[in-house]
Design a binder for this molecule. Structure first.
Ligand code: ZN
Ligand code: ZN
Ligand code: ZN
Length: 201
């Protein structure tokens, strides 16, 4: 019978590679773990304490380092747990069954790549299908009576289209409303709105 394994994954803040390592549950419970990226610039540590673990996680999302305390049972049993970056709310570390951890890490890499494209302001739409849908939904909202307005009273606005979002900018007061346009959830969120209002000055 094989030993029960747990997989630990995080995204290296230095080189942005996925770091995914297996540890036996037995070894984890006994002495914790140190997981390092091949680039040598980041290390995740799991310290075993009585009935719990203390984790120190390099965060590939915000670039910081986060600490957390977790029940031993939580970390050693079940499909898996994720740790969220307190800055961005994005999950930045996963521990659990290999398949779950790999899947979540793929998702995380994608999300972070989108974020980087966003910061770089490239003119490539990360997900052009979503962007297309978002733009046509905005067009529909704009066609409704008072569809897009500003709380300053203006109904004149311009659109600034970026790779992962669209800004609606009030032509009178300059206030902005950001419409995220990178994921299916962004589209769902937009479609919930019958009208949109920019919070004006
Ligand atoms: Zn690295
Ligand atoms: Zn973080
Ligand atoms: Zn305004």
């Amino acid at each position: 019978m094989g030993e029960k394994m747990r997989t630990i994954g995080y995204l290296c803040p230095a080189c942005r590679k996925q770091v995914i390592r297996d540890r036996s549950a037995f070894a984890l419970a006994a002495s914790g773990a140190v997981v390092a990226c091949d680039c040598g610039k980041s290390t995740l540590t799991v310290d075993a304490e009585e009935q719990r673990f203390r984790l120190s996680v390099p965060c590939g999302v915000c670039g910081g380092e986060h600490t957390a305390v977790m029940d031993a049972a939580h970390l050693l049993e079940g499909k898996g747990v994720g740790l969220a970056c307190p800055q961005t709310r994005q999950l930045c570390c996963f521990i659990g069954e290999p398949y779950e951890v790999e899947r979540e890490m793929e998702r995380l890499s994608l999300a972070v790549d989108k974020e980087v494209a966003h910061e770089n302001g490239g003119d490539l739409f990360v997900d052009s299908v979503i962007m297309h849908e978002v733009l046509s939904e905005l067009k529909e909202i704009a066609a409704r009576p008072h569809g897009i307005s500003c709380s300053c009273g203006s109904e004149k606005y311009r659109m600034e289209v970026r790779p992962t979002y669209v800004d609606l900018v009030c032509a009178d007061c300059g206030a902005r409303l950001r419409i995220e346009a990178a994921t299916d959830e962004d589209l769902d969120r937009l479609c919930c709105n019958w009208t949109l209002q920019i919070r004006g000055k």
